[in-house]
Write a protein that binds this ligand. Structure first.
Ligand SMILES: *[C@@H]1O[C@H](CO)[C@@H](O)[C@H](O)[C@H]1NC(C)=O
Ligand SMILES: *[C@@H]1O[C@H](CO)[C@@H](O)[C@H](O)[C@H]1NC(C)=O
Length: 242
């Protein structure tokens, strides 16, 4: 009897400790790895978002966008095509934190597709010409983290998208790096798993290497975990990682 009880306890705790076998992905050093077996994870990414410029805008203050992971009909329609392209990562540029993402994230997980989500939105982002890192941005960024951190196929977050555009505005990099530091801290303090936080650069020949160096220097808890360059992402080469 005791043995059976013990066995049952063992079985229950085994399942409780391991509710899913879907492997999360982490950054160690300058590469991505599966956490289940330590194999390197190579990204084959697709940018997945309707262009916001095509979406109706009522006024300059309110920029509408379509959350690409909020409509299960749409994401489920697209998954077979994404699989056909051998995609294993989607990048989504703007999420609505009030939408439900469960169904699309589950469908993507079932298809072994991970997601990298931008923390900003078209109307709440670090602006090149007058950069800030303030409470409004902090709230937007942390709300996206709170919405997405629970998904095992969430691969990472971008703390900035093409904020530095050329050698005349590199000072805005400091604001993005502050965002990276604070979001890594927020993820740790909230008890979420170690989700990578990165920066997404434009393809400016004068600044791309220097900005990669800038985002990769410093202590582990303040530097970016990965660095994406528009050109390499678009052309489906492996991204540059820090
Ligand atoms: C490690 O796990 C991943 C995800 O399940 C799998 O694709 C990969 O083939 C595994 N690597 C090895 C060496 O078994
Ligand atoms: C940004 O846009 C969203 C909807 O697109 C809106 O809910 C939100 O209030 C806007 N935020 C600001 C700061 O304008």
């Amino acid at each position: 009897m005791l043995l059976i009880k013990l066995l049952i306890t063992l079985v229950v705790t085994t399942f409780a400790a391991n509710p899913s076998t879907f492997p999360t992905v982490e950054v160690v050093g300058n590469k991505f790895f599966y956490t289940n077996n330590g194999s390197q994870f190579y990204l084959r990414g697709i940018a997945y978002q309707q262009d916001t410029s095509e979406v109706r805008s009522d006024s300059e203050e309110v920029i509408h966008f379509v959350d690409p992971l909020s409509d299960p009909k749409v994401c489920k329609r697209d998954i077979p095509y994404l699989k056909e392209l051998n995609t294993n990562v989607l990048r989504v540029y703007a999420l609505d934190v009030n939408s439900d993402h469960d169904e699309c994230m589950k469908a993507l997980q079932d298809a072994d597709i991970y997601v990298i989500a931008d923390l900003s939105a078209p109307n709440v982002s670090i602006i090149t010409d007058h950069p800030t890192w303030d409470l409004e941005l902090y709230k937007r960024y942390t709300s996206v983290i709170d919405t997405m951190a629970k998904y095992e196929n969430l691969l990472g977050f971008f703390a900035g998208n093409e904020v530095i555009t050329d050698s005349t505005n590199t000072e805005c990099a400091a604001f993005v790096k502050a965002a990276v530091r604070d979001m890594k801290r927020y993820i740790a303090d909230s008890g979420y798993r170690k989700i990578p936080v990165g920066y997404s650069a434009n393809d400016d020949a004068d600044t791309r290497v220097a900005s990669a160096d800038y985002f990769s220097c410093g202590e582990l808890d303040e530097r970016a975990d990965f660095y994406e360059n528009r050109r390499v992402f678009q052309f489906d080469y492996p991204c540059i990682f820090l």
